[in-house]
Design a protein around this ligand. Structure first.
Ligand code: TYM
Length: 356
């Protein structure tokens, strides 16, 4: 059999395959460099990224190519790309052991995405709720990239044959599509098990953090109200002010999980508290049952400042040294390419593309 990987860069020695290192699998996850990184991104994703690094081989990607599916200011895009990388580092991801990089430096992602554009069906894309939300009413005016976005996301994951993907709950549908694409590719090209059926890793007490202004709406980078979210770079005063103004209801704190479920604003704040305190939501409910919101909010503020303050401060410090952040990204991209290139070469061979 011809060696389809010949010519591709060999993996650097310190990133030997995960199986050889006794790890549970290979992780890829990504964060878009759009708007402010917030508590939802941290509790739903980035904190978990750091916690998984002893058990998995990890690739964490700043997905700048996803960002341009909607208009971006080029200068801001560059600084926000560095900001996400800084957040990865500040959250404790070890860039020497793991791989931190940005998507556009690894062209294999978009090369595989084209193949996946031809595997995925228009009917599948039409079901994607994130596209519907982001495109809004004027769907005709949305970019083609926004529509094809989930196929690029599948390529981000499968270009490394990643086995696991830690994300917040809102990405579940995209991960199901990733599995559908993998399965259809394997079937269509009679390449059984070539791409793995990747597992989502969604865990913690805050897999879907909601807006502080409306407990029925997801906390998001694009909400026009800054009071709807706690940004990772907010200082203690800003955190305190936002929690003080967070929406509640006129009753004392819920005393059962069933009661909390019926009260989305209270439920959201309790989930945030539990996640920051590293406990189950039920424990937070028991701790504050029947007490006043003002007491709870004081405890939440203290906890949030203690847990987020050091992360924000480290991000600020790193952002003052863009040269260092850029070198982390460049080094990560080189190591990521060493893993991606042979997989792309194999894929091209399976598809029937001639070797360059
Ligand atoms: P993005 O940039 O919107 O969000 C980054 C991560 O944060 C999680 N998240 C939340 N978790 C809990 N509560 C919230 N309110 C909240 N908001 C965001 C997201 O679930 C995500 O894990 N399509 C992805 C980026 C992406 C990707 C990938 C992810 C591109 N390629 C490959 C995983 C694997 C996105 O837009 O995430």
């Amino acid at each position: 059999m011809p060696d389809v990987t010949a010519g591709a860069a060999a993996p650097t020695p310190h990133i030997a395959p995960y199986e050889a290192r006794g790890l549970k699998g290979r992780i890829l996850s990504g964060v878009q460099p759009t708007g402010n990184l917030h508590l939802g991104n941290y509790l739903g994703a980035i904190r978990n990224f750091a916690r998984l690094q002893n058990d998995f081989e990890c690739l964490y990607c700043v997905v700048d190519q996803h960002a341009i599916t909607q208009p971006q200011d080029p200068k801001l895009l560059a600084s926000q790309t560095r900001e996400i990388a800084a957040a990865f580092l500040a959250a404790g991801i070890d860039a020497r052991k793991q791989i931190i990089f940005n998507q556009s430096m690894v062209p294999e992602h978009s090369q595989l995405a084209w193949v996946f554009n031809c595997v995925a069906r228009v009917g599948w894309m039409n079901r994607m709720t994130q596209f519907k939300e982001k495109a809004g009413k004027d769907r005709e005016a949305a970019s083609l990239g926004l529509y094809a976005y989930p196929a690029l996301m599948a390529a981000d994951i499968l270009i490394y044959k990643a086995t696991h993907v830690p994300v917040g709950e809102d990405q579940k549908q995209h991960l199901e599509l990733t599995r559908d694409i993998a399965q259809k590719f394997n079937n269509d090209f009679e390449a059984p098990d070539f791409f793995p059926l990747t597992e989502p890793l969604i865990f913690g007490a805050a897999t879907r953090v909601m807006s502080l202004r409306d407990g029925t709406k997801k906390m998001s980078k694009s909400d026009p109200s800054d009071f709807s979210r706690i940004n990772l770079t907010d200082d203690a005063d800003a955190i305190a002010q936002k929690i003080r103004r967070a929406k509640t209801d006129p009753h004392p704190m819920p005393d059962t999980a069933a009661d909390a479920e019926k009260r989305p604003d209270a439920d959201n704040l309790l989930g945030i508290y539990a996640a920051l305190a590293d406990q189950e939501k039920d424990a937070a409910i028991a701790e504050f049952a029947g007490r006043q919101f003002s007491e709870f909010k004081a405890a939440l503020t203290e906890l949030a400042v203690a847990k987020l303050g050091p992360v924000g401060a480290e991000m600020q410090r790193l952002m003052k040294d863009p040269g260092h952040v850029d070198s982390v990204l460049r080094d990560g991209a080189a190591r990521a390419r060493a893993l991606a290139a042979p997989i792309l070469a194999e894929t091209y061979k399976i598809v029937g593309f001639l070797k360059p």
